[in-house]
Design a protein around this ligand. Structure first.
Ligand code: NAD
Length: 432
C-alpha cells in the first residue's frame, strides 16, 4: 500500500469530474452503435449507490466519522465487481465512474461480472495500523448486507492491499458465521488468494502492450518507457518490462518523478521503496536517477511508451499536445480526459484504453473467485496461461472493432463492452 499524503506529484485528481468523463465516453460509443433510448436506460446508470458514515474509534479514544461509498453499477453480467479505494479525494462521482468502467472492463474481457467500486474518504497514511484495521472492518461490517459472493465482490485499489482484503474477508466471515473466501479478491495467498494476483494488472497490461507493439510494427526490445505511479500497477509494470529489454527511463510516485535517460535500475528502485515505507522518497540520493523539478514533466518525456499507473485526469488538454509517446498503456483508470483523448488521437498516439489495458487485475480476481468457489487452487503457470489468452483475445477483439467502425481503441473498447452488456440485459429482460 502506498501513502498519498504530502506533495502532489500529479495534477489535482478531481479538477475534472470522472463520472462526466465516463458518460462522455459512453455517449461516443453509444452514438456509433445507434443505441435506442431503452437500451441506454437498461445499462447506463448505476443500479445502487450506497453512502455510509463510518464511526471509528481512534487510538486516543476519540471517535471519528469517515464518509464511504459503494456503487453497484451493473449486475446484468454477474455480481458487481470492483476495488475499494482509500483516498482523501474520493467522491461519489469518482466511485460512480470507476464502477461504470468496471462494468465495461468485465464485459471487454468476458469475465462474468458486473461493475462495482468502493471508496472511503481517508488519507490512510495518517492512520495507525490499528485505526486502519478498525476502519476497514467497520466498512465491511456496514456493507455486509449489500455484498456477497453472488452479489458484489470487492477487491484492492489505490491505497488498499492484500492485508486489508484479509480483514474484509475475516469480518464478513465472522458476521455471516460462514467461511467466505469468495467475498473479496486480492487476498494474501495464505488467506485463499490466487497465485499471480499481485502482478496481474501489470501482467495483463504487458500482454496488451505486446499485441500493440506487434500491431504497430515496433519491438519490445529497446522500448523507452515512463511510468507514473509506483504502487501495485506501476512497480510491477517496471518489474515485468525491464527483463524484456525495455528501458525504464522515468518513474514517479507521490514523492516526485525520477529520471535516468540510460534506464533506471528497476531492482534498485524496488529495493529503495522497500526500505522507505513503500515510497520513492529521496530516490535521487541513490545515484540511480535524478529528480525532475516538475513531476508532471514525466508525462511529456521523449519516450516510446507512457504508462500512467496512478490516478485519473493526468493527461488533460494542457499537457496532451506535449505528449511525445507513441503508445499510452493505461494501467490507471481514467488517466486521460476526453478532451485530451481527442488531441492524442489527432496526433496519432495509440492508446490501449484502461478498460482493456488494466483488465488483467479483474481477470485474475475472477480466477481467484473461481478457486474460492471450488476450493481448488491453481498453479501460477495456469493463471498466467489463462490470463495471456484472455488479454490477447480481448485486445484483438477491440482492435477488430476499431478497424470495423474506424474509431480509436477507446471507443472500440466501449463498443465491445456496451454490446455485450446490452445483449445480456435484453435477453434477461426486465424483472417486475
Ligand atoms: P497503489 O496504491 O498500489 O499505487 C498508487 C501509486 O500511485 C503509488 O505509487 C502512489 O504514490 C502513486 N500516487 C498516488 N497519488 C499520486 C500522485 N498524486 N502523483 C503521483 N503518484 C501518485 O494503487 P494501484 O493499485 O497501483 O492503482 C493505481 C491505478 O491502477 C489506479 O488508477 C487503479 O484504479 C488502477 N488499477 C489498479 C488495479 C489493481 O489491481 N491494483 C487494477 C486495475 C486498475
Amino acid at each position: 500500500m502506498s501513502d498519498v499524503r504530502k506533495t502532489r506529484a500529479t495534477a489535482p485528481i478531481m479538477s475534472l469530474n470522472a463520472y462526466e468523463n465516463a458518460l462522455t465516453q459512453f455517449a461516443q460509443a453509444a452514438q456509433v452503435l445507434g443505441l435506442t433510448k431503452n437500451q441506454v436506460a437498461m445499462i447506463k446508470d448505476p443500479r445502487k449507490v450506497i453512502e455510509l458514515n463510518l464511526p471509528v474509534r481512534m487510538d486516543d479514544g476519540s471517535i471519528e466519522i469517515f464518509q464511504a461509498f459503494r456503487v453497484q453499477h451493473s449486475v446484468a453480467r454477474g455480481p458487481a465487481k470492483g476495488g475499494v479505494r482509500f483516498h482523501q479525494d474520493v467522491t461519489v462521482d469518482e466511485v460512480k465512474a470507476l464502477a461504470f468502467w468496471m462494468t465495461m472492463k468485465c464485459a471487454v474481457v468476458g469475465v462474468p461480472f458486473g461493475g462495482g467500486k468502493g471508496g472511503v474518504v481517508v488519507d490512510p497514511s495518517k492512520l495507525t495500523l490499528g485505526e486502519l484495521e478498525r476502519l476497514s472492518r467497520r466498512f465491511f461490517a456496514e456493507l455486509a448486507i449489500d455484498i456477497g459472493t453472488e452479489v458484489d465482490v470487492p477487491a484492492p485499489d489505490v491505497n488498499t492491499n492484500p492485508q486489508i482484503m484479509a480483514w474484509f474477508m475475516d469480518t464478513y466471515s465472522m458476521h455471516t458465521r460462514k467461511h467466505s473466501p469468495g467475498i473479496v479478491t486480492g487476498k494474501p495467498l495464505e488467506v485463499f488468494g490466487s497465485r499471480g494476483r499481485t502482478q496481474a494488472t501489470a501482467q495483463g497490461m504487458v500482454y496488451t502492450l505486446e499485441e500493440a507493439v506487434d500491431h504497430l510494427g515496433m519491438q519490445m526490445d529497446g522500448l523507452r518507457l515512463a511510468i507514473q505511479g509506483f504502487g501495485n500497477a506501476g512497480s510491477n509494470s517496471a518489474i515485468l518490462l525491464a527483463p524484456q529489454g525495455a528501458k525504464v527511463v522515468a518513474i514517479s510516485d507521490v514523492t516526485g518523478a525520477y529520471l535516468n535517460e540510460d534506464g533506471i535500475d528497476v531492482d534498485a528502485a524496488i529495493a529503495w521503496v522497500g526500505d522507505h515505507g513503500g515510497k520513492l522518497t529521496d530516490f535521487e540520493t541513490s545515484g540511480v536517477a535524478t529528480k525532475l523539478d516538475d513531476p508532471m514533466a514525466l508525462l511529456e518525456l521523449d519516450v516510446d511508451v507512457l504508462i500512467p499507473a496512478a490516478l485519473e485526469n493526468q493527461i488533460t488538454p494542457e499537457n496532451a499536445p506535449n505528449v511525445k509517446a507513441k503508445v499510452i498503456a493505461e494501467c490507471a483508470n481514467g488517466p486521460v480526459t476526453p478532451e485530451a483523448d481527442a488531441i492524442l488521437n489527432e496526433k496519432g498516439v495509440f492508446i490501449i484504453p484502461d478498460i482493456l489495458c488494466n483488465a488483467g487485475g479483474v481477470t485474475v480476481s475472477y480466477f481467484e473467485w473461481v478457486q474460492n468457489k471450488t476450493g481448488y487452487y491453481w498453479r501460477e503457470e495456469r493463471v498466467l496461461e489463462e490470463l495471456d489468452g484472455i488479454m490477447r483475445e480481448a485486445f484483438q477483439t477491440v482492435l477488430r472493432s476499431a478497424l470495423k467502425h474506424d474509431v480509436p481503441m477507446r471507443v472500440a473498447a466501449f463498443i465491445v463492452g456496451i454490446e455485450s452488456v446490452t445483449r445480456t440485459a435484453e435477453l434477461r429482460g426486465l424483472y417486475a
